[in-house]
Write a protein that binds this ligand. Sequence first.
Ligand code: ZN
Length: 401
Amino acid sequence: MLQAFRAKSVITLAQEGAARGIKALEAPLAELDDGVIVVEDKRVVSVESFSAFRRSVHSLCSLTDLGYVRLAPALINAHCHLELSHLAGATRGGGGFTAWLLSLIPLAAEAVLPEVLLKRLHAVLEQVRHSGTVHVGDVGSRNPALVAQAAEKRCGITHFLEVFGFGRPAPSEYIPQVLAAQGYCPEAAAFLSPDRYDWCAIAGHSLYSVSPEALLAAFAWCRERRRPFSVHLAESGEEEECLLHGKGALYELLRQRLLPHDWRHPGMKSTAYAGMLGLLGPRTLAVHCVQCSSADISLLARKGTNVCLCPRSNHFIGTGLAPAERMAEKGVLLCLGTDSLASNHDLDMKKEMQAARTFWGFSDRAVLRMATVNAAHALDLGHLGVIAPGKTAAFFIYPDF
Ligand SMILES: [Zn+2]
């Protein structure tokens, strides 16, 4: 059935594509005044002015006048860990990464009843939907099936199944076996069935917590299937100290709990190390990038790597502020993510956009592009990010910040 929605204006972002570089991010938004979006079976049929709509063949369909509002493409949260949603408010913020991690480890190790987590996920994803978010890039390993169940009819999910630890698979080894071998619940490996490839991808947890062999196997799996690959990168000073010098609080924690006895620090920062391993490129979504130097930013730009900024998570943990303006100036594609409720107060992307405006001084135009068309590009979601004929009908009332 055809339906039409009229608004004071419609921001389609349809003409411009992903916004790389500060000029593209900050360019004025093209707005269609007194616009009408015609929808059929959850797909956009046309976007036109009200005067054109009245003269068109669509004019007989049911029209909902939304009044004096601006519509924009629905938001995409490019990085989250929904399976940690039951840990809201339980971790220690403000003391740096290792202190936060020490508070998280025992909580995350505790078994949570599936029905308890599912109930929490239902509530959280209902809030996500009401905050204008249509899709979440979700990193998880234990409960992807529960996340998928709770998200049904609320929002789409890209399931980044996460590889963790120092198992050493042969590069050709099938990645679900890698996931199972890393000690995760077999459901994570079973979830990655061929019929779900369009909605699944692999994440390597980080350069300090996963063997290079497993990272490369995960990266190769994604490249062969043209899926995005994600990795936490340069999140904290402790991470850089661990990889560069093989010392510091995070190194000591990892040495006691995770690192194999023959592990040697690579002697370089995480971004350079990722580059040396061949993990950077246009299909890689590097998350955080707080500790990136000018040389690191140039490397990310040269490789065409996409970056997901999580400003409120970084602020909560106390790891610092990513050099986002310099990344934008160098043409690195930027998108935004809330990270999990273990390091954020909520999963509201509008608040993440506000934080990006406050922390870095980006305009509302720039943060809207990051949270829509750029995130759709980074997660390879060709049906989202813009309002245009043939795309999924997903839009929200764009707030006046
Ligand atoms: Zn994360």
